[in-house]
Design a protein around this ligand. Structure first.
Ligand SMILES: Cc1ncc(COP(=O)(O)O)c(C=O)c1O
Length: 389
C-alpha cells in the first residue's frame, strides 16, 4: 500500500453502457462551485429552478416535483412506500429486471402484488394492459416506461386510462426515459413518476427526481397511516423543500447544482431537438449493429432511443468483447441480465453521450473486438451508421 495519497486520477472512460452516462463539462463545473447550507435561500432558489425545469422535461404542470437524495432506486422506493400500503392491491407489469424490483418493493410494503408477466424485449400491449387492469381492479399500478434491462419502451396511455377507470394510481419508472424520449406525463396520465440523474440528464448518480399529480397529492393528503419510511416520507420532504423549509436532512448541495445545470442544458437545446438527436443516433447505431451481423432484440417500433440491445453472435463471449473494448479504447458497454445474460449487449447513447462521434467510436470498437475474437462481420458497422448520420 502506498504511504502517500496524491490527488485521485480516475481512468479515462467513455461511458456508453446503460448508465452512468457521460457528465456534461458544464455540470462538472457547477459541482465545483462553493456549496451553501441546506437552509440557505440560494439553495431553495436552485430547487425552485429544478422544479420548473423538471416539469418542462417531464411535460407536466404538477405542483409537487422535487429531487430525492439517492439514486434511481431511492425514487422507486419513495414512490412505492408513499403510495403502496399493506392493504393495497398493486398490479405490476413485469417485463424486465426493473419491474421485478418494483414488485419486490411492493411486497416489502406488505401489499398484495399482482404481476402481469410480459416477455423480456417486448413492450406491454395496450389491449392486454387494459384487460388486466379491468379484470384485477388494483388500487395502484406500476410499470417501467423505458426498460433498461431489455431496451423496450412501454407505452403508458392505455395503462393510465384503465387504471383511472378503476380508481387506481399509476406509478411510472422514468429512470432512462427522462430527457431522452417524450414522456408527456400529463397527457399520458401518470400519477407518480421517478427518475435518476446519471442517464439522460448528463449528471453523476446521486439524485432521483420525482413528481406527483394532483390526484396523487390528494391521496397523500387523505392518508391517515404514518409512512414506514422516515427518510422517503413525501409529506415531510415537501415541508422541507417547498413548505416551511424546516430541516429534514442535509441535502447534497453539489448534486442539486449538477441537476440544475444538466436540466438548464436540456432547456437550452430544446426538448424536440434533444429527442430528435437521441432518435437519430439510436437509429444509426442500430443500422451499424445490424450491418455487423447483430440483430436488435427489440422490434424497431418499440425500441428505446437512449439504449440499444444488439444480440451477440453465437459463440462470442459477452465478457471477452467488453474487456477487449475497455482495454483498447476505455469504452464501457454492458451485457444482459437474467434471461438475457450473455445474449445481448446494452449500449447507451444518452444525454451528453448521444453523439455522432460516439456512435461511430462504439461501432468501430465493437468490430475490432469481434474480429479479435474470431468473428467476421458481414459488413462495416461504421459505414452503415455513417450513411444515416
Ligand atoms: C429502469 C431503471 N429503473 C431503476 C433503476 C435503478 O436506478 P439506480 O441504479 O440509480 O438506483 C435503473 C438503473 O439502471 C433503471 O435502469
Amino acid at each position: 500500500m502506498s504511504s502517500t495519497y496524491p490527488p485521485l486520477t480516475p481512468p479515462k472512460r467513455l461511458l456508453l453502457g446503460p448508465g452512468p452516462s457521460p457528465v456534461a463539462p458544464r455540470v462538472y463545473e457547477a459541482m465545483s462551485k462553493p456549496i451553501v447550507g441546506h437552509l440557505d435561500p440560494f439553495f431553495f432558489q436552485v430547487n425552485q429552478e429544478i422544479h420548473a425545469l423538471l416539469n418542462y422535461v417531464w411535460g407536466t404542470q404538477n405542483t409537487f416535483t422535487m429531487a430525492i437524495s439517492g439514486t434511481g432506486s431511492a425514487g422507486m422506493e419513495t414512490a412505492v412506500c408513499n403510495f403502496v400500503e399493506p392493504d393495497s392491491k398493486f398490479l405490476v407489469f413485469a417485463n424486465g429486471f426493473f419491474s421485478d424490483r418494483i414488485s419486490e418493493m411492493g411486497k416489502r410494503q406488505g401489499a398484495t402484488v399482482i404481476r402481469v408477466e410480459g416477455t423480456w424485449g417486448e413492450s406491454i400491449s395496450p389491449d392486454a394492459a387494459r384487460e388486466a387492469i379491468l379484470r384485477e381492479r388494483p388500487t395502484v399500478v406500476g410499470y417501467v416506461t423505458a426498460e433498461t434491462s431489455t431496451g423496450a419502451w412501454n407505452p403508458g396511455k392505455a395503462i393510465c386510462e384503465a387504471a383511472h377507470e378503476v380508481g387506481a394510481l399509476v406509478l411510472a419508472d422514468c429512470v432512462t426515459s427522462l430527457g431522452t424520449m417524450p414522456i408527456n406525463l400529463d397527457e399520458t396520465g401518470i400519477d407518480v413518476a421517478f427518475s435518476c440523474t446519471q442517464k439522460g440528464l448528463s449528471c453523476p448518480p446521486g439524485l432521483s427526481p420525482i413528481t406527483v399529480s394532483p390526484r396523487g397529492v390528494d391521496y397523500l393528503k387523505s392518508k391517515t397511516t404514518v409512512n414506514r419510511s422516515w427518510y422517503f416520507d413525501l409529506k415531510l420532504l415537501l415541508e422541507y423543500y417547498e413548505g416551511s423549509h424546516r430541516y429534514h436532512h442535509t441535502a447534497p448541495i453539489s448534486m442539486f447544482y449538477a441537476l440544475r445545470e444538466g436540466l438548464a442544458l436540456i432547456h437550452e437545446e430544446g426538448l424536440e431537438n434533444r429527442f430528435a438527436r437521441h432518435k437519430r443516433n439510436s437509429e444509426a447505431f442500430a443500422a451499424g449493429a445490424e450491418a455487423l451481423g447483430m440483430p436488435m432484440l427489440v422490434a424497431a417500433e418499440n425500441r428505446l432511443w437512449p439504449l440499444q440491445t444488439p444480440q451477440i453472435p453465437a459463440g462470442i463471449s459477452d465478457v471477452a468483447i467488453r474487456k477487449r473494448m475497455m482495454d483498447a479504447t476505455g469504452i464501457e458497454i454492458l451485457g444482459g441480465f437474467g434471461p438475457l445474460a450473455g445474449k445481448i449487449f446494452r449500449v447507451g447513447l444518452m444525454g451528453e453521450g448521444s453523439k455522432r462521434e460516439n456512435v461511430l467510436l462504439v461501432l468501430d470498437a465493437l468490430e475490432v473486438a469481434l474480429r479479435a475474437e474470431g468473428y467476421a462481420p458481414p459488413a462495416s458497422g461504421v459505414a452503415a451508421a455513417a450513411a444515416l448520420l
